[in-house]
Ligand binder design. Structure first.
Ligand code: MTE
Length: 306
């Protein structure tokens, strides 16, 4: 990234993989944070595993997923988030969902986790910097949360905002980006069944450095669209401003679909380095999710709308 100052899935597609990932284990992780009141979830019922959307590629080792991160609120080096994000208090935590909807609501994170059917999705993540990982997320489709607030016909885009708390997110004391970190999606992208709100990975509560307690995951877009530690989701009529686009509009567009045919002005996007691998591999259009999402962009010039 730029551093300016260094200083339609149906239930039939969902199947169980009980031994690998148990809801109880996930909840144990949550309980480990000192949380009570999740008794209703603490059954041995396995998490649903989305066979249809999950890749069968080998997941990137958990140690890499949790130690090689981009989370500028905690520093600009890849190891900074793992070192510094521990000081972020993720409870109590609420997410305000508002804007063009009939039933705006402030959700408590634990109530949200309890109310939604959690499932595992193993997705590729391709960073705009040219590296990639395969991550087993735990979460629920964003479309379920959006449906809960009853969007109106004026909801054309969705704006997301990260917490602003410089006392814990010490990177916010530097003007590397215009804080708080913001992202956005078109409404049809937001309600696409691939688009996930993640609350865990590798069957456990989401580590702080990966965006606890909840983050977005949009697997066909560059990783910076997948905003971490969200406190607000607003349904809006116009395309919202986004952090990296504000910072360097020629380098980071609103759409940011993974596209090997459109280079970043300062480097090629044709190949990527999968963390843990030596040789670079070809980058796939829409990060390999084209069969599900290419239709969203029919008729659009993706060189113009990068
Ligand atoms: N969200 C916030 N709030 N701040 C950030 O700096 N970095 C983004 C994205 N979400 C970022 C963020 C970038 S550039 C990437 S590649 C992914 O998070 C990295 O997610 P990971 O660290 O879980 O792999």
């Amino acid at each position: 990234m730029l551093i300016r100052h260094r200083p339609d899935l149906t239930d039939n597609d969902v199947t169980d993989r009980g031994l690998y990932l148990r809801r109880r284990e996930f909840i144990t992780g949550v309980a480990g944070l000192g949380l009570a009141g999740l008794g209703g979830m603490a059954s041995a019922a396995p998490l649903a595993f989305s066979k249809g959307f999950s890749t069968t590629e080998k997941p990137t080792p958990k140690d890499d997923v949790t130690s090689y991160n981009n989370f500028y609120e905690f520093g600009v080096d890849k190891g900074d988030p793992a070192e510094n994000a521990g000081r972020l208090k993720t409870r109590p935590w609420t997410v305000r969902v508002d804007g063009a909807c009939e039933a705006p609501k402030t959700f408590d994170i634990d109530a949200l986790i309890k109310a939604n059917k959690l499932e595992e999705r193993i997705y590729r993540l391709r960073c705009v910097e040219g590296w990639s990982m395969v991550i087993p997320w735990v979460g629920f489709p964003l479309k379920d949360l959006i449906a809960a607030v009853k969007p109106t016909s004026k909801a054309k885009f969705v704006a997301f905002e990260t917490l602003m708390r410089p006392s814990e997110m010490t990177g916010q004391k530097w003007d590397v980006l215009q804080w708080p970190y913001r992202e956005g999606l078109r409404i049809d992208e937001a309600v696409h069944p691939l688009t996930l709100i993640a609350v865990g990975l590798y069957g456990e509560t989401l580590p702080n450095q990966n965006g606890a307690p909840l983050r977005l995951v949009v697997p066909w877009k560059y990783g910076f669209k997948s905003i971490k530690s969200i406190i607000r989701i607003s349904l809006v009529e116009r395309q919202p401003p986004t952090a990296w686009n504000l910072s360097a509009p020629r380098e980071y567009g609103f759409y940011s679909n993974v596209n090997p045919a459109v280079d970043h002005p300062r480097w090629s996007q044709a190949t990527e380095r999968r963390i843990g691998e030596f040789r670079r591999r070809d980058t796939l259009a829409f990060n390999g999710y084209g069969e599900w999402v290419a239709d969203l962009y029919r008729g659009m010039d993706l060189k113009k709308f990068y």
